[in-house]
Design a protein around this ligand. Sequence first.
Ligand code: OAD
Length: 262
Amino acid sequence: MNTAAENPQSPFHQAVHAIISARKVCILTGAGISAESGIPTFRDKQTGLWENYRAEDLANINAFHRDPQLVWSWYQWRRTLVQDKKPNPAHHALFEWVQKTPSTQSGQTQEVVLITQNVDDLHEQAGSTAAHLHGHLWKNRCADCHKPYEAPIDYQSDALLICEHCGGYVRPDIVWFGEMLPQQAWQHAELAASECDVFISIGTSSIVYPAAGLAGLAKSHGATIIEVNPNPTNAPVVDIQLEGKAGDILPALVAALNDNLT
Ligand code: OAD
């Protein structure tokens, strides 16, 4: 009996074949890639004090206008949850792939662009450079004048902070529902999606736009779409479904790419 990886008809084998032929690869990660590091995804039910709230109702500009204390407290809690978390084998595998300047089967240099919806810094901790579409959990700015707030912050304290320039409330530098994505990161993502030969969507429910539209953009330009998720989204745009945890699939995928190209 063949293993899934050895079976030439298997989605895994098809994915390896598509990737080793690709000049340009665009990778989009979501909360699922950090799940195995112990960070709950957005659509996991919240626990403890926050179990009666939905993340979508807090990561929201209207919620902050209505009740800045509530939203700030939630982010301070999320920061305490995330601050000791480390990259998992999926983050490390992506770094291993990108840092060795990969090449295609025909010997051309392969360009790999990494884009994330995550606000954690686990890709960076693993050594990768990622374009952050939804901002950064560890950065803050004024909600009114938008100037960065760079003083050290005690994550254990829920006290609201005040901007030294204008007196507005300080907020996390995160893109909330109802807000525009950072222009530079978004343009980078759109370009990478529209130029890639293979687009890989990892650990995202693909329901939050505009990020969720990147796979469709890639597909409309002829790319093959690969999804890595233990709970397939069944999005019609997906060509190759790799059903499983990112921490299992990505190290195996990167090992297979190395084997096929050496
Ligand atoms: P979601 O929480 O919506 O989806 C996480 C996805 O990861 C689900 O499809 C899970 O099946 C999958 N998953 C869980 N464990 C996994 C694992 N070990 N390996 C691979 N996949 C796994 O997270 P996102 O799609 O990232 O926005 O959410 C998109 C945006 O909505 C977030 O960036 C955030 C949120 O509200 C803002 O905060 C603006």
